[in-house]
Design a protein around this ligand. Structure first.
Ligand code: NDP
Ligand code: 2IT
Length: 444
């Protein structure tokens, strides 16, 4: 049996009931086969893959807090410190009822390769809780965040592990988490990113994941004699990533006709009015169905189905496995030419394979959404230097990083004989740096 197959079997056997983690590992190992086969003896001797698929540490803890009715609530909290070969652990915190160890391990594993692709010195981590921020008061969210940090603080630090936002964690939550970290430790340091601009946050971090997604999409399209201007686009989700992807698309002359949340999707054939979405989501924290009250010509449909709308470009920016094979086929049949993943692993394995095999330009999440974590690393740099760059400076660095990620993925795909396969390219390019760093540091 090949080394890669052996490792995949081992992961399944040793991590039962972790379907998302198995899925992420399988996709990566499958595309690394050529690299691993070419270096099998060296990698086996170093136990490289056994170590690569095993998180360095998984911390799991109790998070007790008191709700507005005076009742005690208890959630599960986690931090997965996956790989620190190329830098301190870095990755977001997710607050969503679906959060479990499998999801956080898949995210930490992906993060390791994503962070490597940025070219910056950041290792891979992820954390979060099954706490559901929806419908909670600000006081309840603060009580949860303070309790969560009261345990987490002992595992993180500016030079050891630096969390940030993800689903359900935005400026409000990062602020509460940071305040509690500072109160407990007495340290004012870049231990979290995505902070408010008055206490160490970086300009352009809020926009970075969405903007970065469009910068790499633009780069991919240009290399295939296409452009963003004039294209009709679907963007799933209506959170941080989706909103700023839409903003940049509109600046570049594309027409975004649909967005969604976990309840349903809106179709606005005139083009989404982003100020309406921002008011619903960023100010009122309400449901996307509200959109049709402000824009009566738009249509709201309950449930899934956004991928059935004809488009040129589709950008899944909500959550894992939100786009399946049937959706992929529908997109192709309706004339879609490009897909770039703003979310982490939003396409199922079958959908991903379908895109790659059917000549749809496809940029996988670990390359396409790396602009967020890259700008987080720029926030860490600014904090360490005790200074701050202008929006234009950060945005220019972000654009450079995304163009470089495109080049790395394209180059690795070319070198291994699969030109244009950015799934293989991103996995290989991300892995090469991590593997070399792990081997260089010995058996740790
Ligand atoms: P937000 O919490 O800001 O927004 C998430 C959006 O996705 C909401 O519209 C939410 O709808 C929707 N969503 C979440 N879960 C589901 C679901 N099960 N079914 C349908 N829709 C769902 O999160 P972000 O925008 O920050 O994150 C979106 C994705 O991007 C995630 O995969 C995240 O890991 C990834 N990502 C985020 C980065 C960042 O910097 N924030 C960086 C790189 C990747 P609802 O409100 O109804 O729950
Ligand atoms: O998935 C991701 O890359 C993020 N949620 C951002 C992580 C970060 O540290 O900014």
């Amino acid at each position: 049996m090949s080394y890669v197959d052996e490792i995949y079997e081992r992961v399944v056997a040793q991590n039962p009931n972790e379907a998302e983690f198995h899925q992420a590992v399988k996709e990566v190992l499958d595309s690394l086969k050529l690299v691993i086969d070419a270096n099998e003896e060296k990698y086996r001797k170093a136990g490289l893959l056994e170590r690569f698929v095993e998180p360095e540490r998984v911390v799991s803890f109790r998070v007790p807090w008191v709700d507005d009715n005076g009742n005690v609530q208890v959630n599960k909290g986690y931090r997965v410190q996956f790989n620190s070969a190329i830098g301190p652990y870095k990755g977001g915190l997710r607050l969503h009822p679906s959060v479990n160890q499998s999801i956080l391990k898949f995210l930490g594993f992906e993060q390791t390769l994503k962070n490597s692709l940025t070219g910056l010195p950041i290792g891979g981590g992820k954390g979060g809780s099954n706490f559901d921020p929806k419908g909670k008061s600000d006081r309840e969210v603060m009580a949860f965040c303070q309790s969560f940090m009261t345990e987490l603080y002992r595992h993180i630090g500016a030079d050891t592990d630096c969390p940030a936002g993800d689903i359900g964690v935005g400026a409000r939550e990062v602020g509460f988490l940071y305040g509690q970290y500072k109160r407990i430790t007495g340290r004012y340091e870049g231990v979290l990113t995505g902070k408010g601009l008055t206490f160490g946050g970086s300009l352009a971090r809020t926009e970075a994941t969405g903007y970065g997604l469009i910068y790499i999409l633009d780069e991919m399209l240009k290399h295939h004699n296409q452009q963003i201007e004039g294209k009709t686009v679907l963007v799933s989700g209506s959170g941080n990533v989706a909103i700023y992807a839409v903003q940049k698309l509109q600046q570049l002359g594309a027409k975004v006709v649909a967005m969604c949340d976990s309840n349903g999707y809106i179709y606005d054939k005139e083009g989404i009015k982003l100020d309406v979405i921002r008011d619903i989501k960023e100010v009122r924290r309400a449901r996307i169905s509200e959109y049709v009250k402000a824009v009566p010509t738009a249509v709201y449909t309950e449930g899934k189905g956004i991928w059935s709308i004809p488009c040129d470009i589709a950008l899944p920016c909500a959550t894992q496995n939100e786009l399946n094979l049937e959706d992929a086929k529908m997109l192709k049949a309706n004339g879609c030419i490009a897909v770039a993943e703003g979310a982490n692993m939003p396409s199922t394995r079958e959908a991903t394979d379908y895109f790659v095999e059917n000549n749809i330009l496809f940029m996988p999440g670990k390359a396409a959404n790396a602009g967020g974590v890259a700008t987080s690393a720029l926030e860490q740099s600014q904090n360490s230097m005790r200074m701050s760059w202008t929006f234009e400076e950060v945005d220019a660095k972000l654009k450079d990083i995304m163009v470089n990620i495109y080049a790395k993925a394209a180059d690795a795909a070319q070198r291994y004989g699969v030109p244009g396969n950015y799934v293989a390219g991103a996995n290989i390019a991300g892995f090469e740096k991590v593997a070399e760093a792990m081997i260089g540091q010995g058996i740790v």
